[in-house]
Design a protein. Structure first.
Length: 241
């Protein structure tokens, strides 16, 4: 037990980074990447598969490094693995949970927020989860009348957002996502006739991230529908009264 406590204390002092990698989707590639990370005394403590296709995988590796480790050395070691491309590297909190757990936490925190502030909470929490520059919930597809229902971050011209949604709304969901710019992610909030839209300059949104967004939007929609039904029921006359 004492040895475990010492180990945990050491881990808390070690810097943690996330590496987003493109790598050949063939057996053994992740092993070579892990070996390269080990060469600079790094420790892979988490793996998230973001997207697969065309014989490629896009993975996020959470790596714990010694206090005196060189980030340049880590990047150099991984970059020398045959076929591997580094898309992004960024620091995170040492005790950060896996992305799927974070998505569940965001959904729970949205549900725990009172109904009046739920959409504002959804915007802020999703922006944090997906490292977005801004997030907006809007029900306008008419560019001339675009206005936000909820927002987080510095928004662009909402007329552009409305025009984009208007051009995408008539397409089937899978086709619409294929025609969405890589730096934009969006999902409908059914029943509210609204859409949540996020954007970021640092790295494209990947399939797993878009799936998390779509599922959380569905949860928000059902929560709002349930709240509306409860309000209606509260005003209905009691039968037999």
């Amino acid at each position: 037990m004492l040895r475990l406590k010492r180990r945990l204390a050491i881990l808390k002092r070690m810097p943690t980074v996330v590496m987003r990698l493109w790598l050949p989707d063939i057996p053994g590639t992740l092993g070579r990447v892990a070996a390269a990370i080990g060469q600079v005394n790094g420790d892979v403590i988490g793996i998230e598969i973001l997207e697969r296709g065309a014989n490629l995988a896009i993975d996020e590796l959470t790596v714990s490094l010694p206090e005196d480790a060189s980030l340049d050395a880590l990047i150099g070691a991984v970059g020398r693995v045959d076929g591997v491309t580094i898309e992004d590297v960024y620091h995170v909190e040492t005790d950060r949970s896996e992305q799927s757990v974070l998505a569940l936490d965001v959904a729970a925190r949205i549900m725990e927020t009172d109904v009046a502030n739920r959409l504002d909470a959804a915007c802020a929490l999703l922006r944090e989860l997906l490292h977005a520059d801004w997030c907006v919930i809007t029900n306008a597809t008419d560019a001339a009348n675009a206005s936000p229902i909820a927002r987080s971050g510095t928004l662009p011209d909402l007329q552009w957002v409305a025009a984009f949604l208007d051009g995408s709304s008539h397409l089937p969901p899978d086709i619409a996502q294929e025609h969405t710019p890589a730096d934009i992610a969006w999902a409908p909030i059914s029943g509210l006739d609204a859409t949540i839209v996020l954007s970021r300059h640092r790295g494209a949104f990947r399939l797993r991230e878009r799936q998390h967004l779509a599922l959380i939007a569905r949860i928000v929609a059902m929560a709002l529908l349930a709240a509306t039904q409860a309000e209606v029921a509260a005003y209905e006359p009691v039968r037999g009264a």
